[in-house]
Design a protein around this ligand. Structure first.
Ligand SMILES: [Zn+2]
Length: 352
């Protein structure tokens, strides 16, 4: 009826089976137990915020919880066999709602949230619970958050809103205060790597996992998007800088064009490790060889290294902002070359 309800406003839920498989990872066991206990004690909150770093599995655990709430089987968690589970696994459960950023959009809009509120206000199709997963929750714009707030303030019976958030600092306090908050753990490195290695070729998991901040699902995403080559490329740039041969403009162009955020993380993690090595006096003979952080002149170098670290963190905040990414990387490359390199021929100031 209303033309705002055209089909293209509905975000299609991804196939749920792979998400359920991820949520079954061993390191979620305590979290799954906790959620199962909340349900069995009848203390399941209407609003639940699943928070964690990107790729820690917020949406995965949300889908797992949705499946177990909708299941009519006797088991803890979803039985996978009852009518509700079969509908859920087929992506057809009428009481399950998936709200995410629509293709070619940047935010979750108020129209999407109004549509959800209307659906949740109706009687359950299957006579049981109604569940919505909103992911990533911080993608809601201000109006969408307000619409959500109304539903959270007066939730219909047996209605559960599961908010999967990577950035709770972007979720309004009014929403936070009406949700139970659960933090998603990231596994120990060896556990994450064991999980990543199952049935996959090894593209250099330790590096990708470090780039992903320890979040295994993000590391897997990085591998799929071909980010594995980035490590070799960045190491090559460091080697060139050490020899005073870094092509500042060329390097900045590559960085600005391909996965700039991941490159900043890579540089930050590389520099942090070097500083740690220098503090421990163990950088001699390091495969990354950074003799310049050792005496003589170590003091100045270490101060400069911390300066570059600040610059990298600042760049991470600026990325995506008005400042041109190319310029940002040119400035970083100049600092990097100064820090690690032998006096270089004054290559490419900024272009122009
Ligand atoms: Zn079931």
């Amino acid at each position: 009826m209303a033309d705002t309800e055209s089909q293209d406003e509905v975000a299609l839920a991804p196939p749920v089976a792979p998400l359920l498989e991820r949520a079954s990872a061993a390191w979620f066991a305590p979290l799954r137990d906790r959620l199962a206990a909340l349900r069995s004690q009848g203390r399941m909150p209407h609003g639940l915020l699943l928070a964690g770093i990107r790729g820690a599995g917020q949406a995965e655990v949300g889908v797992w919880l949705a499946a177990s709430v909708l299941c009519r089987g006797p088991a803890v968690g979803a039985c996978g066999r009852c009518g509700d589970c079969r509908l859920f696994l087929a992506g057809n459960h009428p009481d399950f709602h998936w709200v995410s950023v629509l293709p070619d959009k940047k935010e979750i809009s108020i129209e999407q949230m109004r549509r959800l509120s209307r659906a949740l206000a109706l009687r359950s199709y299957r006579g049981g619970a109604k569940v919505a997963v909103i992911t990533p929750a911080e993608a809601m714009n201000a109006k969408a958050f307000n619409a959500l707030l109304k539903t959270l303030e007066e939730p219909p019976a047996q209605t559960y809103l599961l908010l999967a958030a990577n950035r709770i600092d972007r979720v309004p306090k009014t929403v936070l205060s009406r949700c139970m908050r659960l933090r998603l753990p990231v596994p120990e490195e060896h556990e994450a790597i064991a999980w990543l290695e199952r049935g996959r070729k090894d593209p250099g998991w330790p590096v990708l996992l470090a780039l992903a901040g320890g979040a295994p699902f993000l590391a897997a995403e990085y591998a799929e998007s071909g980010l594995a080559g980035l490590d070799a490329e960045m190491q090559g740039a460091i080697e060139a800088a050490l020899d005073g041969q870094l092509d500042i403009v060329g390097f900045a162009e590559v960085c600005a064009r391909n996965s700039p955020a991941a490159r900043l993380v890579w540089l930050e993690s590389w520099l942090t490790r070097r500083l740690k090595d220098a503090a421990l006096g163990s950088d001699l003979g390091s495969t990354y060889r950074l003799p310049c952080l050792r005496p003589p002149g170590a003091e100045t170098k270490i101060r400069a290294a911390y300066g570059l670290l600040d610059q990298l963190r600042e760049a991470r905040l600026q990325l995506g902002g008005p400042l041109n990414a190319l310029l940002l990387f040119e400035q970083l490359a100049v600092s990097l070359a100064d820090l690690v390199g032998r006096p270089a021929p004054k290559a490419g100031k900024s272009s122009g």
